[in-house]
Design a protein. Structure first.
Length: 72
């Protein structure tokens, strides 16, 4: 998502992910082969069915200051 890291009005911004996000962001995750998540939360509004989230991704690198958020 990068909200706060990139201008949300930029053409490079995909906006939010998940059920309240944009189609572009969801399509990007659906087609990616590797996810780098910095301080992201994959809650039920983002990854409603975890086994179907990012089906083509071979790996997810999830970094968060709160260890309880990892692999959720």
């Amino acid at each position: 998502m990068g909200i706060g890291a990139i201008d949300t009005q930029s053409e490079l911004s995909l906006q939010m992910l998940g059920m309240h996000g944009t189609a572009f962001a969801n399509y990007a995750v659906e087609d990616c082969d590797f996810i780098i998540a910095l301080g992201s939360r994959f809650d039920d509004r983002v990854a409603a069915v975890p086994k179907q989230f990012a089906p083509k991704a071979k790996a997810v690198a999830h970094f968060d200051i709160d260890a309880s958020e990892i692999e959720r």
